[in-house]
Design a protein around this ligand. Structure first.
Ligand code: SIN
Length: 566
């Protein structure tokens, strides 16, 4: 790696709260490890850490805090499945190659190797824990999604994979009463000792948990597993809880965030009309894996000839092709044709999607499904090493909130559940030996602040229009200026305002990184720089918060496309 090129963000960048304004903690508690988040990443970390400590005969206390109920996060909504080289003829090397190609030269090769090599065992353990995956004649059923050259996606309940995984993990947590759970609790900020180590969190319990109001919990390590940032955009497949809290908390604690500009837009999200906002229905890529295809308003199969995998090209390729066709034909969506799959197949293989589509007045067995790209997944996040350690001592990150390096510029389909599983196991394996002593928080000179909760809608509008699928310098400048103006609107302390502040911080960081990357790569598409440019832009943008201002640093690193790395 060559020297970093340091850049500060443009002068229009916002002054952001260095910590959230909140009432003084009204209650205190103490545990060894706090896990923030309760999807596949958080619950896997908590369960395996609990088992690990038990087998070492160490009596560690673990607390899981989650913003809603245990099952409300993104994992529950995952449809397609979990990718691992489990099928005949498949190998981790082939999975590695597909992951690197999708990642468009920006993956961390070592992290990808960890993912694909440890993935099969991790999935087998999940099955042993009680997750009921689909089988045919006693053999695990595997399907294909975009960018995969093998049938490699294990699924459950047809298209309810995340819900089944979540059910099994929640059941396991409920069977381990030693793991304390606080639901309806928003983590506000991290506490750090005088020597800079994370030593606790402040959190706000929203009335229905075991404790009320703002509290402080002292601990020896924090595992962030709080999911993604989908609510930054007006339309997303993510649930309402995905407000980038974990990334914002880490940023305020001094952690490095990496690759934020690489937000993945899922190509086939059901189009519900121009005014539809918030979480939108996903039409899994597995539907195309089973033979569905895209058509325009004239019935042309426009993916043919665009990529060797046509409708099953990597996600960024399909999202761009749909967007281009929408622009060319001035239509707000394209169509997915899955009629030939037939009603019986639909009912058996995709019962969840079928029910959702019918609830919106479309029967996919007889009608075309209107689809358009929408925000789906943050490939970047809190920078970690191969063991989930962030750049702040005592802070670990796993799942969508993290940037382990496995996704690069564009996550390969169904690698996200796998990443949460594999890297949470790794964190749990090293954590018992890395726990620091309990410490009191050091003096905190940072200026607290919070923005008006009402900025959320205009923020989502500008992010969608200017920082969405297709970006340009002009549009990104407009976004940065508007975000700076929104940052000036002070608000009243409360959950909605804390979430809006987190959304603002992550939006500003994302827009700044997107402005900095003057090329098109993976899911980052610049109309003013339409080509990938390895000479200048092979590497990563890292974002930090220094005295309330975002700073960008570009670290060059060789492109990792797979061809030369085998
Ligand atoms: C899908 O089912 O298309 C989504 C799978 C994923 O995001 O990996």
């Amino acid at each position: 790696m060559t020297d970093s090129l340091d850049r500060t963000t443009p002068s229009s960048s916002a002054e952001l709260p260095a910590r959230l304004a909140a009432g003084a903690p009204g209650w205190n508690s103490k545990v060894d490890v706090i896990v923030i988040g309760s999807g596949i990443a958080g619950l896997t970390a908590a369960l395996r850490l609990h088992e690990g400590l038990k087998s070492r005969r160490e009596a560690g206390t673990i607390l899981v805090v989650t913003k809603d109920v245990l099952s409300a996060g993104s994992t529950q909504w995952a449809q397609g499945g979990i990718a691992a080289a489990l099928g005949p003829g498949d190998t981790p090397e082939q999975h590695e190659r597909d992951t690197l190609v999708a990642g468009a030269g920006a993956c961390d090769l070592e992290a990808v190797r960890v993912l694909v090599n440890e993935g099969p065992e991790a999935v087998r353990e999940l099955i042993a824990l009680g997750a009921n995956f689909d089988h045919h004649d006693g053999v695990l059923s595997l399907t294909r999604e975009g960018g995969h050259h093998r049938d490699r996606i294990a699924h459950a309940g047809g298209d309810a994979t995340g819900a089944e995984i979540q059910r099994a993990l929640v059941a396991a947590i409920r069977a381990a009463p030693e793991i304390e759970v606080i639901e309806h609790a928003l983590a506000v900020d991290l506490l750090k000792s005088a020597d800079g180590r994370v030593c606790g969190i402040t959190l706000h319990v929203m009335g229905e948990g075991q404790r009320d109001g703002v509290g402080a919990v002292q601990c020896r390590a924090v595992v962030l597993a709080s999911g993604g940032l989908g609510q930054v955009f007006s339309q997303t497949t993510n649930p309402a809880v995905s407000t980038g809290d974990g990334m914002a908390i880490a940023l305020r604690a001094g952690a490095v965030l990496r690759d934020l500009e690489f937000v993945q837009f899922h190509p086939t999200v059901m189009y519900l009309g121009p005014d539809s906002r918030g979480q939108q229905p996903l039409i899994s890529e597995a539907v195309r894996g089973e033979g569905a295809f895209l058509v325009d308003f004239e019935g042309n199969r426009f993916m043919q000839g665009q990529h060797e995998l046509a409708d099953l090209a990597p996600r960024d390729v399909v999202a761009k092709a749909i967007t281009r066709r929408m622009h060319e034909t001035s239509h707000p969506h394209m169509w997915l044709d899955a009629r030939h799959l037939g009603a019986e197949f639909w009912e058996h293989r995709f019962p969840t999607i079928l029910a959702t589509a019918r609830a919106h007045g479309i029967d996919p067995a007889t009608q075309l499904i209107p689809v358009a790209p929408a925000c789906h997944y943050a490939s970047g996040g809190v920078l970690t090493d191969l063991w989930g350690r962030s750049t702040v001592p005592g802070l670990y990150a796993t799942g969508e909130v993290s940037c382990t390096g496995v996704h690069g510029a564009n996550r390969l389909a169904s690698n996200s559940l796998l990443e949460g599983l594999v890297f949470s196991r790794r964190i749990a394996d090293v954590l018992p030996d890395e726990l620091g002593p309990y410490a009191d928080p050091g003096p905190d000179e940072r200026e607290p602040g919070v923005v008006d909760a009402e900025i959320r809608t205009p923020l989502q509008a500008v992010m969608t229009e200017r920082v969405g699928v297709l970006r340009s310098a002009t549009g990104l400048d407009v976004a940065l200026t508007e975000l700076a103006a929104l940052a000036g609107k002070q608000g009243e302390i409360g959950t909605a305002a804390w979430e809006s502040t987190n959304l603002l911080m992550i939006s500003a960081a994302l827009a700044a990184a997107a402005k900095g990357r003057e090329e098109t790569r993976g899911s980052h598409w610049r109309e003013d720089f339409p080509e990938r440019n390895d000479d200048q832009w092979a590497g990563h943008f890292d974002v930090t918060l220094v005295d309330g201002r975002l700073q960008l640093a570009f670290s060059p690193s060789p492109a990792t496309d797979g061809e030369d790395d085998q």
